[in-house]
Design a protein around this ligand. Sequence first.
Ligand SMILES: Nc1nc2c(ncn2[C@@H]2O[C@H](COP(=O)(O)OP(=O)(O)OP(=O)(O)O)[C@@H](O)[C@H]2O)c(=O)[nH]1
Ligand SMILES: [Mg+2]
Length: 301
Amino acid sequence: MAIKNLFERLRKGLAKTARLFNFTTWFKRKVDQSFLDDLESRLIQADVGVVATERIIGRVKDAYGGKEVDENLVEFVKQELKDLLRDPRPGTLTFAQSGPTVLLIAGVNGSGKTTSIAKLAQRLKDDGHSILLGACDTFRAAAADQLAIWAQRSGSEIVRGNAGADPASVAHDACDRALARKVDVLIIDTAGRLHTQQHLMRELEKVRSIIARKIPGSPHEVLLVLDATNGQNAIRQAEIFTKSIGCTGVILTKLDGTAKGGVVVAIRQTINLPVKFIGVGEAIDDLQAFDPDSFVESLFA
Ligand SMILES: Nc1nc2c(ncn2[C@@H]2O[C@H](COP(=O)(O)OP(=O)(O)OP(=O)(O)O)[C@@H](O)[C@H]2O)c(=O)[nH]1
Ligand SMILES: [Mg+2]
């Protein structure tokens, strides 16, 4: 997709959060306590988090206290957000040196795992990779059907088990198939689970260890799918999933459905995981690689 088009999609997807960052109505207003209180309340509503909000408010007060709100102040706030989001780690996927790259996808119920896998498969397919999907969500019969429909649309293959089958055995078969067919990328879908359900977390650990045993060096990415509409609650989920299965990155979905898009800042500040992709809509091409600068620019566009 052309760059301009991508940015437009991002801007539309973040519109609900962007409403909180419409500073133009504040131009000429004095930077006094009442302005700082307004700014603080917007940052909190956007779910940027308390620590980041306090930092921004403190720095705006120091630099602009007693002055008027103008373009420079807006640029200053933008730069603060970009600095808070900066991550030395690359936001791109890690690929295997040789053999199949395995991506394990996990998260709580309904966070957008299966949809994000479909979008990711399409992206990778468009980049020329061959894709195999492993339907390790055997909990609901409909789950593998849902994945199969997406697989067909993106021209990917799928390995599935019977309803109620052990997810680890499906992962085992999917790895075998990936090796036999020499596919480039194997993406493993898993059933949604609450981070508080210990037996289900153990099941996920088992899936992970089977994959690691079958394909040494894998999984190359363990991506945690977080629903942005959950705001700060996502952070607790991230802590527990990471402890259990060693997540390597986040896919933050449903940014289009919430004004809490600032939660990316809170995620960056509180959990040690890079946000790799963001979901900004339900269409197949509504998954974007996360880029802090264009994210911030689109909030103010
Ligand atoms: N608006 C919007 N909806 C999304 C996005 N990502 C996923 N969804 C929707 O969220 C709902 C749940 O998505 P799924 O992909 O089935 O979620 P899941 O995590 O696989 O769910 P379980 O397997 O039941 O745990 C679907 O209606 C998706 O269309 C997004 O970025 N934006
Ligand atoms: Mg699913």
